[in-house]
Design a protein around this ligand. Structure first.
Ligand code: NAP
Length: 176
């Protein structure tokens, strides 16, 4: 059985998205954090939902080479839609992901529907959470984590600066 690591950025009240985008726009420190965590292993896979794939394409303004060095698995019920994304692997159900080998690190990177499905799996052991210190209106949210099931192992604070309009905290949570 593979183990899953969730990676997510949340604003206050667990807001993660609005109208298919990240509500806070561009925060280079968090993007670098995402890259640092998900690369540098011999074999990294990223799991996302179809809406998040579209959100990434809009953000990078391209459909290929979205997350270099990482294999992207996209959950969708309609695999035909994946023909437009030659670099990504379409997957039509969560069981195929659960059957993935254990040789790679597998990061679950959103959006809301995907986080909800993976957070309750016992194989999901780690949550890499960026807490963005800001209020945003949102239409998609990260699930509330029961405090008795998750323990914070590492917390790192970064103030805002000229390139990052919000302060943020990188938190690593482990299943208790
Ligand atoms: N802050 C963050 O860290 C972060 C990270 C990622 C995303 N986001 C945000 O989250 C929002 C998107 O979240 P979302 O919940 O709307 O969309 P999503 O989870 O990215 O994608 C949902 C889609 O995934 C497919 N899907 C989900 N579960 C499936 C399953 N079990 N089997 C097959 N297909 C499945 C379906 O696609 P089909 O309709 O094609 O079948 C579904 O419509 C955006 O605003 C994005 O910017 C934020």
């Amino acid at each position: 059985m593979p183990a899953f690591e969730i990676i997510v950025a949340v604003a206050k009240d667990n807001v993660i998205g609005y109208k298919g985008q990240l509500p806070w726009g561009h925060l280079p420190r968090d993007l670098k954090h995402f890259r640092d965590i998900t690369t540098g292993h011999s074999n990294s896979s990223i799991i996302i939902g179809y809406n998040t794939l579209n959100s990434l394409c809009r953000m990078f303004r391209r459909r290929t080479n979205l997350l270099p060095g990482r294999k992207i698995y996209v959950l969708t019920h309609d695999l035909q839609k994946m023909e437009r994304f030659p670099d990504c692997i379409g997957v039509s159900n969560i069981d195929s992901i659960v059957r993935l080998g254990t040789r790679s690190r597998i990061f679950v990177a959103g959006g809301e529907s995907i986080y909800h499905q993976f957070i309750s799996l016992p194989q999901t052991r780690v949550v890499h959470m960026t807490r963005i210190i800001a209020n945003y209106h949102g239409d998609t949210f990260f699930p509330l984590l029961p405090l008795n099931e998750w323990r914070s192992k590492k917390e790192e604070f970064h103030p805002s600066d000229e390139k990052n309009k919000h302060a943020m905290q990188f938190v690593t949570l482990m299943r208790a």
